[in-house]
Design a protein around this ligand. Structure first.
Ligand SMILES: Cc1ncc(COP(=O)(O)O)c(C=O)c1O
Length: 394
């Protein structure tokens, strides 16, 4: 018999994955061209040629034992130094190889740092709306998830943050650009958040960390500037992933960056290294570590997502849908003029549009449209959105 906890996890499943599966079945039944699946945040744009070339170069340059053996749990030293140098060049930070741990994507980095930080019963604050998997990651280490609500612009409500911090608060997960809202936290919000956390650390005599989950750091539009969170708050742990910026989510590559001035830094880095080992990844994939280090400034075609964003936001707004204009990432949140679950069902069953309700992201009353897809799919879906808008009287 499997454990009760895992039984529950299996039974509750992931709404997003379930929708994605349904989309595949519907495509078989109704034809690929008649189904508009916007459920999953799977990158669509091409992998940069620099990455493919870097993989080929690595295979030529290194001996097989150098390239395919176990690495230090935190990754190759030269790779970690390359990550540090790149961050320092872009953000004026002062990282070295000792501040970096390579991870198996953002997901594994988040798990490693939560395992490192959490005693059972300690609280992790998430800012609505938030990536639903945080719930599972926090539960993995018997942490308690505490939601902080957002304002009408889907920015964190700082007064609510202030009210929710207790002596048991261990960390706050910040995700900007945000999944699912596409919001970029403003300078003002970051300053207020940092001041609040500083004051609460003093009040309770505790260390409160920000975990800055940044897989969408490079996906920003209209010249928006995404805040570099360690500039605002010293006790920040940066979690990064190459999944979206290089369109390589299957390669599972990311890193944690922890500044030397973060509270309990030495022990924290040692514990992260141990967590990577004992949670099972052991180390991030060795070949891909070397490959990304060779092309750190390479990016996928962010302009393509931007065009998708403009087309979808412009068209849906014109049809009468109330949309939150995304500034980053590749998701659009649309207000549901009827009950969220009803809207999701109507869209799927009658119009073959697959979108995810955002109640499980901590912001009910919207759906999330993942526009990391072909332009053609968006164009094809517009008549269906239009007919639905008419049925809803928009
Ligand atoms: C906000 C956020 N954090 C973390 C992840 C996990 O990313 P990775 O594939 O790098 O593990 C995702 C993936 O979609 C995400 O949207």
């Amino acid at each position: 018999m499997i454990s009760d906890v895992m039984r529950k996890n299996v039974e509750n499943g992931s709404q997003i994955r379930a929708m994605f599966q349904m989309g595949k079945e519907m495509a078989k039944e109704f034809g690929e061209e008649n189904v508009y699946d916007f459920s999953l945040g799977n990158p669509y744009t091409p992998v940069p040629e620099e990455f493919a070339q870097a993989v080929r170069d690595c295979l030529d340059e290194y001996s097989s034992t150098e390239l395919h053996g176990y690495t230090d749990n935190r990754g190759y030293e030269d790779v970690r130094q390359a990550m540090a140098d790149n961050l320092n060049k872009r953000f004026g930070s002062h990282y070295t190889a000792d501040n970096i741990a390579m991870t198996v994507g953002a997901a594994s980095g988040l798990n490693a740092i939560l395992k490192t930080l959490l005693n059972p019963g300690e609280e992790v604050i998430v800012l609505c709306p938030y990536f639903t998997e945080y719930r599972n990651y926090i539960a993995n280490y018997s942490g308690v998830l505490v939601e902080v609500k957002c304002d009408d612009n889907l920015m964190p409500d700082i007064a609510d943050l202030q009210a929710k911090i207790t002596a048991k608060t261990k960390c706050v997960i910040v995700n900007t650009p945000n999944n699912p809202s596409g919001a970029i936290y403003t300078d003002e919000v970051m300053k207020q958040m940092a001041a609040t956390l500083e004051a609460k650390q003093k009040e309770f005599g505790t260390d409160i960390y920000i975990i800055s989950d940044e897989p969408y750091r490079e996906l920003v539009y209209d010249g928006a500037k995404n805040p570099f969170v360690p500039d605002y708050y010293k006790n920040t742990i940066v979690g990064y992933s190459f999944s979206k910026s290089m369109s390589i989510p299957g390669e599972r590559m990311g890193y944690l960056a922890i500044g030397s001035d973060v509270a309990d830094f030495e022990m924290m880095m040692a514990a992260v290294s141990t967590a990577i080992r004992i949670l099972g990844p052991v180390n991030a994939p060795s070949l891909i570590q070397k490959a990304v280090a060779k092309c750190l400034d390479a990016q996928t075609d962010v302009g393509y997502y931007d065009e998708n964003r403009k087309l979808l936001y412009g068209s849906l707004t014109e049809m009468g849908y109330e949309c939150i204009k995304p500034q980053g990432a590749f998701y659009l949140m649309v207000k549901t003029p009827i009950e969220e679950a009803q809207f999701v069902e109507l869209a799927r069953n009658k119009y073959h549009i697959l979108v995810v309700g955002t109640g499980s992201f901590g912001a009910p009353g919207y759906v999330r449209i993942a526009y990391c897809c072909s332009r053609e799919k968006i164009e094809r879906s517009l008549p269906a959105f239009e007919n639905m808008a008419k049925e809803l009287g928009l």
